[in-house]
Structure formats: structure tokens, C-alpha cells
Design a protein around this ligand. Structure first.
Ligand code: F6R
Length: 615
């Protein structure tokens, strides 16, 4: 959470930093700030609110010249969102200015120590402590900024991606990372610093991703030197060519990123299996799996760790792996797993799922599993992300950048990758016949077209959204493969429309939630023909007899649910374990339209951030 941006070179830093902040706003948007050195003095502005508010404030407040600058968009951890707690933060002398993404956990004792030494603080933030610690070290040890940053960071516990510069030496920015991402764009005598590469895509395709525990002094007209923070050893910079383009991170005519990303799913799913699924040859080729297939075949069990929507994808995968490959699977919230001394051994395979590849809890779970000897496989969307680098092997989802904070295409592409893995494993273990394997591949290949068909219900869904937009609560029910989809549907509604929603296994409803049902309660029921249809129809009858309102997600041509439900939304037929890829679509659209009708900020829901790099 929090986005950081910096620039040093020959161009005006202001527009680069400001546009960069707009692109990183998905990471946090409760306050924003910017600092620039204009050749004479350090100019800054910061404000509670969005980058647009900062921009307005800047128009009236400061001249925006200067070729060195840093900016920050915040998701509050220490201290409420207000102008004072916004970044950048300054050292007591006013010389040093810093932006920070992460948490300094031992900031309280460090702050006390600095207060004892005469330092004062304006804000409640850990970041202001860090910048003063750097200043203190710099003065005490009489060292340059880079060295002072290194010594100071070695006294901290926690996570950070920082950029700091000294107004008296405005030809260098010192950057460092531990646990929060930091990319450096390398141009001709100019450098860009950012939490991800999106702020500098139009300027350079060459990027260096700092690894955990690394720092660099970025100077114009100099090659970058990267060092390990703890022992000062030099690291060879690895310059990577970016594959992303600008179009991918723009709205492309849609009102919101979320809608664009919902509509991108047919292509995204195709991109996920492109080159991996060779339907004519009846083959799946995935280097990440094929190179380690023995680990998977011999696995005592598969553990899946993830958070949020990715955790829901993990639950779908549990059903698919157990059905196809007959291997026991356990799915865990990464945040619980990491703190409960789990029993893991070297015969376990752990699959970590993360769109961003940066989620702190998922990362910690991976480290724990590795320590205990498990083989760790990552399913990430962001190429080069921390999790993709920390795992022993992995498979990217290739969904393209997901910018809407509510995850959509990441979910369906995660399920697609995990289905490919389950199919490959089932085949290698001899758990499915060759003809079934071929049929499954053919059906998976048909899914993008069927997703397109499911998207055609958009107008009907918008009308249904209008009927229920003022609901206070909503229940989502599904069984089997579609139980996790019910959870995901409820999560989508909660996060962007702020309507309370719960997902339940349909049969579990009668053990409690049924008490909530009355004529005010919309119940979304996933009732596809394949998947305990008759049982779900009985559950619908139970709701109807208590006057609940039913929105049924049904298979094309359905009759029984249509007769019972208040509304139905059809999805094409497919084999049972692939239904989540279709039933998810109307649920995404339903929550999208409700949020739009309620005039909520769809792409940037309150209190949320796209990349959760704090625990
Ligand atoms: C919900 C959502 C979150 C994320 C969760 C994990 O729409 O986006 O629940 O799924 O924060 O994030 P990743 O997948 O990046 O690890």
C-alpha cells in the first residue's frame, strides 16, 4: 500500500511525478504529496485526499519547476489521513525529504531516542521518525546520505520502499527496499523511481527491480550502484525490459477500470492458456510445472495460501485438484497460516496465489513454508513481483495489469492457471483418461467465448441492480465448485458498494442465515444445471417460502429455477468444474452496477488498496 514516485534527470520532474502518482493511486488514495527542488529551494505540498486534490492545491501554491522530485500517495497505517501525516516527510533541519511505503515496526523506541536527543515531530508517522534517524546518523557519523540511510535502515525493523534526497545535494536520490516493491526506470541520464513501472512506461522500457534488502544511490550521469543494506556488498544491477504498454494501463473508453477488466476476461483467459494448452496435440506444456512434476506427483498434500479474492480462487482450486488429481488440498488464509505454527514438511507443495505478488501475509507464509522445507510454487499476475521471485517455481496468470481495486480478471485467470495445473497433474498421475483430458482441454478452450456470452447479460444485470441497489444486506449461495464463487460475489458487493453481503454454501443456510430472510433480503443463488441442481432448487424453495427475493444464476435454457426465482441471469453450459469461470461474471457485473448506481468510487473503494504490503 502507498505508492511512491521519484524523478531525477533533465526533464521537469513535476508532471512526471504527478502523472506517476495518478497511475499508482490504486495503491492508496487517502492522501498525497509531492516535493521538488527547483534549483533554489525545496518546494512541497501535501494534502488529505486524492492526487486530484493535490493537483488543485499545487496550482495555487507552488511553482513546479525543478528536475528532481518525489511524490507519494498514501494508504494510512500510522496516523489518520490528514495533511500533516501525508508524505513527503522532512527531517528537523529541513534538509532531508523522504517518501516511504511500508511500516517501521520499532518506530516508537526510535522516536523516543530521537526525542531524548532533541528531535521534535510534527506527525504521528513512522516515516518522520525514519527521516530524522537518517539525519541523526548523518550528523553523528559525518557520512554521506547513502551511508546514513544504510546505517539507519540497519537499526529498523519492518518493511519499506523509500526514496530520500538532501536539498543541499540535489543530484542524487537514495532508494532502498525491504518487503515493499521498488522499481528504477533507467533512461538517458535520467532515472525514474516508482512502486511499479507504470509511472515511467512512456519514458523507458528498461527497469531495475530492487530485491529485498537492497539499496541504491541514483545519480544523474552515473551508473547505478546497488548494495546490500546489511553488509554493504555490491550487487550487479539486472536491467529488465518491460513488456507492459501504456494502452494496458488506460481505461480505453470504459467508464471504470473495473468494467474494462471485467470485459477483458475473454482475452485474459486466452492469454493465460495461450502457448500452454496445445489442444490439437492433447498436451499441456507449462515449464514451471513440468520441470518440477515429481514434487507435485509425490506431494503428500497441496497447501494453498492466499488472501481475499486470491484465497477464493484457491478454494475453487481445492475442489478442482481433489476432483481431478485426487490429491488432498488445504486452503489457508496466509495471515492465519503464518502465525499458527503449521505442520509442514518437505513432502508438501505450497501454492501461493497473489495477483500483485506483493501481499505481505502471503509472502510471510511462503518464507515460513520454505524454512520448513516445502516446495513453494507461485501463481502471480505481476511479472517480476516479490512473490514470483521468492518462490521455487511458478506460473504467471498473464492477465495484464489489473488496476481496479476490486479484483476481477485476476480471479478468473488464477482459476484458469490452477485448472491447467490440476489437469496436468491428473494426467501425469493417471487419474483421468486420455479422452477425458482431451475433452477438458477442448472445453477450457471454449471458455473465453462462453465468457463473452455471459457478458451479454450486462443490460439485464443493470436492471436487476437498479431493483436491489438500496438493499441493506445480501446473501450469496452456491454449492460445490460454486461455493467459493458465492464468497467472491459477496466480497465484490461489499468492497465497492458497501452493502453488507455474506457468501454461504447453499445447504448451510438453514443452519443460521435463514433467520435473516424476509421480503427485504435479496439472495443470489448460483444454480447451474451441473452442480447439485436439485438440491439448490430445494434451497431456493426454502428461501421463497420465507419471502426472500431470488436472483438465480442459471444455465441457458433452465426451467425450474426460472419458475421460482424473481430474476434469472443465464450463463452458457459447461463442464461442472469450469462453471466458476462463467458464474463469476454476472456477480462481478451486479456489484459493479450497484456501486455505479449508488455513485460509489468503483475503482478506488474507501479504505482499500490494491497491493497490501502491510500485515
Ligand atoms: C478483492 C481484492 C483483495 C485481494 C487481496 C490479495 O477484490 O482484490 O481481496 O485479492 O488483497 O491480493 P493479491 O492477490 O495481490 O495477493
Amino acid at each position: 500500500m502507498c505508492g511512491i514516485v521519484g524523478y531525477i534527470g533533465h526533464r521537469d520532474a513535476y508532471p512526471i511525478v504527478l502523472n506517476g502518482l495518478k497511475r499508482l493511486e490504486y495503491r492508496g488514495y487517502d492522501s498525497a504529496g509531492i516535493a521538488l527542488y527547483d534549483g533554489n529551494e525545496l518546494k512541497f505540498s501535501k494534502t488529505k485526499g486524492k492526487v486530484a486534490d493535490l493537483e488543485k492545491k499545487l496550482e495555487s501554491q507552488i511553482s513546479t519547476n525543478g528536475t528532481i522530485g518525489i511524490g507519494h500517495t498514501r494508504w494510512a497505517t500510522h496516523g489518520v489521513p490528514n495533511d500533516v501525516n501525508s508524505h513527503p516527510h522532512f527531517s528537523n533541519s529541513g534538509d532531508l525529504v523522504i517518501i516511504h511505503n511500508g511500516i517501521i515496526e520499532n518506530y516508537e523506541p526510535l522516536r523516543q531516542e530521537l526525542i531524548n536527543r532533541g528531535y521534535t515531530f510534527q506527525s504521528d508517522t513512522d516515516t518522520e521518525v525514519l527521516v530524522n534517524l537518517i539525519e541523526d546518523v548523518k550528523k553523528k557519523e559525518k557520512v554521506k546520505l547513502g551511508k546514513a540511510v544504510q546505517i539507519a535502515l540497519n537499526q529498523t525493523i519492518g518493511a519499506y520502499a523509500i526514496a530520500v534526497f538532501d536539498k543541499n545535494k540535489p543530484n542524487e536520490i537514495v532508494v532502498a527496499r525491504l518487503g515493499s516493491p521498488l522499481a528504477i526506470g533507467v533512461g538517458e541520464n535520467e532515472f525514474f523511481i516508482a512502486s511499479d513501472a507504470s509511472p515511467f512506461l512512456e519514458f523507458t522500457k528498461d527497469a531495475i527491480y530492487l530485491e529485498d534488502g537492497e539499496m541504491a544511490v541514483v545519480r544523474t550521469h552515473k551508473k547505478i550502484k546497488i548494495r546490500k543494506i546489511h553488509d554493504d556488498s555490491l550487487v550487479d544491477p539486472y536491467v529488465q525490459e518491460l513488456q507492459m504498454n501504456l494502452e494496458q494501463i488506460e481505461k480505453g473508453g470504459y467508464d471504470h477500470f473495473m468494467l474494462k477488466e471485467i470485459y477483458e476476461q475473454p482475452e485474459a483467459i486466452k492469454d493465460t492458456f495461450r502457448g500452454r494448452m496445445l489442444v490439437d496435440q492433447g498436451l499441456i506444456k507449462m515449464a514451471g510445472i513440468d520441470d518440477h512434476i515429481d514434487k507435485f506427483i509425490n506431494a503428500r498434500r497441496i497447501l494453498i495460501v492466499a488472501c481475499g479474492t486470491s484465497w477464493h480462487a484457491g478454494l475453487v482450486a481445492e475442489y478442482i485438484f481433489e476432483e481431478l488429481a485426487r490429491v488432498p488440498v488445504e486452503v489457508e488464509y496466509a495471515s492465519e497460516f503464518r502465525y499458527r505454527n503449521p505442520v509442514i514438511d518437505k513432502d508438501d507443495v505450497l501454492i501461493a496465489i497473489s495477483q500483485s505478488g506483493e501481499t505481505a501475509d502471503t509472502m510471510a507464509a511462503i518464507k515460513l513454508a520454505k524454512e520448513k522445507g516445502a516446495f513453494v510454487f507461485g501463481v502471480c499476475n505481476v511479472v517480476g513481483s516479490s512473490i514470483s521471485r521468492e518462490t521455487h517455481a511458478g506460473a504467471y496468470t498473464h492477465a495484464g495489469p489489473e488496476i481496479g481495486v476490486a479484483s476481477t480478471k485476476a480471479f478468473t485467470t488464477q482459476i484458469t492457471v490452477l485448472t491447467l495445473i490440476a489437469l496436468q497433474l491428473a494426467k501425469k498421475k493417471g487419474k483421468i483418461s486420455t479422452s477425458d483430458f482431451h475433452n477438458y482441454l477442448r472445453e477450457l478452450e471454449a471458455i473465453p467465448q462462453k465468457v463473452e456470452k455471459a457478458l451479454e447479460s450486462n443490460d439485464i444485470i443493470e436492471q436487476i441492480a437498479d431493483v436491489y441497489k438500496n438493499a441493506k444486506n445480501c446473501l450469496y449461495l452456491g454449492r460445490g465448485f460454486n461455493f467459493p464463487v458465492a464468497l467472491e460475489g459477496a466480497l465484490k458487493l461489499k468492497e465497492i458498494s458497501y452493502i453488507h453481503a455474506e457468501g454461504y454454501p447453499a445447504a448451510e443456510m438453514k443452519h443460521g442465515p435463514i433467520a435473516l430472510i424476509d421480503e427485504e433480503m435479496p439472495v443470489v443463488v448460483i444454480a447451474t444445471l451441473k452442480g447439485h441442481y436439485e438440491k439448490v432448487v430445494s434451497n431456493i424453495q426454502e428461501i421463497k417460502s420465507r419471502s426472500g427475493k431470488i436472483i438465480g444464476i442459471v444455465t441457458e435454457g433452465d426451467v425450474d429455477v426460472k419458475n421460482l426465482a424473481d430474476h434469472v441471469i443465464e450463463v452458457p453450459d459447461t463442464i461442472e468444474f469450469l462453471t466458476p469461470l462463467l458464474t463469476t461474471i454476472p456477480l462481478q457485473l451486479l456489484s459493479y452496477h450497484i456501486a455505479v448506481l449508488l455513485d460509489k468510487n468503483v475503482d478506488q473503494p474507501r479504505n482499500l488498496a490494491k497491493s497490501v504490503t502491510v500485515e
